[in-house]
Design a protein around this ligand. Sequence first.
Ligand code: DX5
Ligand code: ZN
Length: 213
Amino acid sequence: MVRFSASILAADLSKLEKEIKRVEPYIDEIHLDVMDGHFVPNLTFAYPIFEAVKSSTQLPIDVHLMVTNPEFHVEKFLQLGVSRITVHVEACTHLHRTIWQIKEVGSEAFVSLNPATPVSLLEQIIGDVDGVLVMSVNPGFSGQKFIAKSLEKIRKLHEWKERYGLDFYIAVDGGINELTAHPVVDAGANILVMGYGIFKNDNLKALSDNFRK
Ligand code: DX5
Ligand code: ZN
């Protein structure tokens, strides 16, 4: 079964709670993009928005940390009751430590790869993570075009799962919609993170029925 994760970056933030309630029947989790204007060229949500989202829904919340030194922020999100933290391999000097800092308190730990970062960089950590988030756009903004080369990375991760008998999620984030969802799922992805694909979609029910059955 494919999970849908709604990236609130594309929601109408002036009515956040209403927006979450509107899409809630069609999704499985909320995706919160935390950007620091340094690791990525944009600034977004921090702790108060996380708390606002948490008070609006019972769904699990995935915090996608697009920040340098993500380990500085992990503790606070864990205290606030985050379900999953996703950190970038490019931003973590001590990735193993950060992954286990997250897992030790019972939260899920995902690792993310920018489009130019190869899957091979995860070889030593893949047995420790709960999932991999393949970025299919350069992180920073909603509404960008899907980078098709990401499919190769999803296939490779899927191959690893089979070859090494591992069980981890393969999530994909960026430019996912009715058209790109099919090849991504065929390649092996089982979590689709969508901003525009969910919040700016007039036929969300059809998309959800199609993939979440
Ligand atoms: C981009 C973010 C994504 C973004 C996806 O840096 O990580 O989560 O919101 O938005 P869409 O689905 O519109 O590309
Ligand atoms: Zn994201």
